[in-house]
Design a protein around this ligand. Sequence first.
Ligand code: 1CP
Length: 348
Amino acid sequence: MGDQPFNDTFLRACRGEPTPYVPVWYMRQAGRYQPEYLNIREKYSFFEMNQIPEVCAEVTRLPVEQLSVDAAILFADIMTPLKPIGIDVEIESGTGPVIANPIRSPKDVEQLRPFHPEEHVPYILEAVGMLREQLSVPLIGFAGAPFTLASYMIEGGPSKNYHKTKAFMYTEHDGWQALMQKLGNVTIAYLKAQVSAGAHAVKVFDSWVGALNADDYRIYIAPVMEYIFDTLRETGVPTIYFGVGAGHLLDEWNRLPVDVLGLDWRTSIRAARKRGITKSLQGNLDPSLLLAPWDMIEERAKQILDEGMEHPGYIFNLGHGIFPDVKVETMQKLTHFVHEYSANKSIG
Ligand code: 1CP
């Protein structure tokens, strides 16, 4: 692969430049829908896969080779930096992250240790370096955003309503500020290290921040996100921000010093543009459609591409991650369709 010319279409779209076709990659493009992934996963726990650079690199490359997507995303998890700071987290099959010692008080926040990527996760940085050599498409590094990380740390695992997280936020003013500050520093340190090791772009996943209304986002979250993206500017690589069910926060997001906003399927690209969103956009096919008949997938993908292509700075993706029941062939067909349709449309 290293012999192929480098495909920078994705990076150009991140920067809002025109591209010959619409670049595409998929959230959770490495995962349980791939038989090859399942074979490897049988042998290792999730974090073991993370800790062996050759395995981490192989799983990261798999969707690039199999689907012909225009970007790779590092095979790791938003939970990866939490173990070294003192959170006892495991990834359980079918559930996700489960935490044995959730945060219950400001004292628990005080006890969190600082994160030093080179010392704590050298294997991740080694995998990034290997991928930089092996890939002919950009590598996206990533981290969790403070609210989303805090939601797992406080709830102890996946949640539907984030009651405990919000109660902590509303009740423990200083404890919450300290937690956001500490997690903001984790995110920054982790992403800077990934860029130094070779990542071409970075994405901050704030998957669950849509649980807050715009006022609370402005008060409790915007300052730390501004600090994160402001500091990441120093790296010079494009930055991406994503959350699920967060259409009501778009005006807040548009004010952040970030390059690309990732939309879920609830907010159309055209609606976001009409609201005055000027940044590059990424998204947003409903992943449930991947189980619908092909004609329907194609029709919706076409509609999204038509909307996305009204402005330069557009990257095709799903509105959230691929899930295990999806067929690899569907993803291959979709990637091919996005490339073909957008190339012909921009020429025609
Ligand atoms: O191709 C890729 O995207 C692989 C790399 C990757 C990324 C970017 C993984 C591997 N996880 C993530 C990010 C991640 N992890 C997010 C943000 C994106 C999103 O919203 O999906 C979140 C919220 C997590 C937390 C997490 N880890 C969950 C979700 C749980 C919930 O609350 O619903 C799950 C299921 C995991 C485990 C996990 N992470 C990644 C994989 C392939 C898996 C499944 C692991 C397995 O084999 O059991």
